[in-house]
Design a protein around this ligand. Structure first.
Ligand code: FEO
Length: 404
């Protein structure tokens, strides 16, 4: 897709990856984009690069605007390869350019490339760069998304170039939020924001709040937020900031996600009466079978709901493998502000549900013990108990939900 001017003499020069469906294990049914930006000012400045395979796309976009060899500054906001893995090719074309990057970012590039002949300018929060008419301000955002991360604010354009933050994995012809909303179904873009946040940024909620508060305290006027993935927020950048603050503050729907797997349908057969009990307490419920669901979608469904019930059969005295994978993955995302319990079937010794609780405890989530178990196959009496368990859990979810 050709370059687009997003502010006077500031261009999107990125690439659209329509085909990617697996982004380091994260399912991306809508593809993604690798956004980078060119400031065509007295000192020609490139902000971020793109994924290596798309280097020719960004080079072509740049060449359609200017003579690429005139680039004198390259800002690297984030070194993850989806943004920085074209840097070696770009540096072959402009070997005298200066790279503006955080100290940790430089260490990362040093590990990936032979940087011995590259010019670096290490920057930290508050440092600035004048490109002619524009003044750039750098703000470090460690762990958003990696330790090296920073964002770049272009003062005269009221533009925040935010790397991963506020992004979405969404390949679309629309480059701006208002273009997207005009031609797509309602809620699709917001769902992509939640999906991205749940799978990438869930561990960093407190940091996000702190950074947004820091930006507010600095009094930076922002009328456009340009992330490194997905659409650019120009219609209402306040909306995406509020969405992030809400999610960081623990916002969730009054809903229970039942996330389960099953061997011979016993655990599966427990889900329906549990769901009926939840529904009869006036709480929404979704049932997600892990074996049929990509992990990142299960994570998103967990994140959207205030409560989660994990259903696991016991196999060899431990959790079912897909449930173990899900819970270990979830533990790494350090979820907060959710209430959880577990259920499942067993043949003789049991142990799967116990393990699920152990992991939930390690995560520090609000836990409702002891969950519910049945031997071999749920009997009619077991189904009644499952229904009551669903009702009882839903009541606790409603009570817990009042805190937010
Ligand atoms: Fe889109 Fe953390 O990279």
């Amino acid at each position: 897709m050709k370059a687009i001017e997003i502010k006077p003499n500031i261009f999107w020069v990125g690439a659209i990856d329509w085909a990617v469906r697996d982004f380091h294990g994260y399912i991306t049914p809508n593809g993604t984009t690798y956004n980078n930006y060119l400031i065509n000012d007295k000192k020609l400045t490139l902000i971020d690069t793109v994924k290596h395979e798309f280097c020719n796309a960004t080079i072509g976009n740049i060449k359609n605007i200017v003579d690429l060899s005139n680039i004198v500054n390259i800002v690297i906001n984030h070194i993850e390869p989806d943004h920085a893995s074209s840097i070696d090719l770009i540096m072959k074309l402009v070997p005298d350019a200066t790279i503006y990057i955080t100290e940790r970012g430089k260490k990362g590039l040093d590990r990936h490339y032979d940087t011995s002949k590259w010019n670096f300018k290490i920057v930290k929060t508050g440092d600035t760069l004048n490109t002619g008419k524009y003044n750039l301000l750098f703000l470090e955002t460690p762990m958003l998304h990696w330790p090296d991360s920073m964002v770049t604010y272009v003062k005269e354009a009221k533009l925040l170039i935010s790397q991963d933050a506020f992004g979405q994995h969404m390949a679309t012809a629309a480059r701006f939020d208002d273009e997207f909303i005009e031609c797509a179904s309602t809620g699709e873009l917001e769902d992509a924001v939640v999906d991205y946040y749940a799978n990438i940024l869930m561990p960093f909620g407190q940091l996000i709040k702190t950074k947004i508060e820091e930006i507010v305290k600095l009094g930076l006027e922002i009328d456009m937020i340009a992330p490194d993935h997905g659409v650019i927020w120009r219609k209402d950048p306040g909306k995406i900031l509020k969405m992030y603050l809400d999610m960081a503050g623990g916002k969730a729907d009054l809903r229970v996600a039942i996330i389960y797997d099953t061997m011979w349908h016993s655990t599966e057969n427990m889900t329906i009466p549990i769901m009926e009990g939840i529904k009869d307490e006036g709480v929404d419920c979704r049932i997600i079978k892990l074996r049929s669901t990509p992990m990142s979608i299960a994570i998103k469904e967990f994140w959207k709901a205030r409560g989660c019930l994990t259903g696991t059969p016991t196999i060899n005295n431990v959790m079912f493998p897909s449930i173990a994978e899900f819970l270990y993955h979830l533990a790494g995302l350090r979820p907060k502000n959710r209430i959880v319990s577990a259920f499942g079937s067993f043949g003789w010794g049991g142990g799967g549900v116990k393990e699920a609780f152990e992991l939930f405890k390690r995560m520090g989530l609000e836990i409702v013990e002891p969950g519910i178990q049945c031997q071999y196959k749920p009997s009619p009496e077991d189904e009644t108990k499952c229904y009551e368990f669903g009702r009882s859990f839903a009541m606790k979810v409603k009570e817990y939900h009042k805190k937010f």
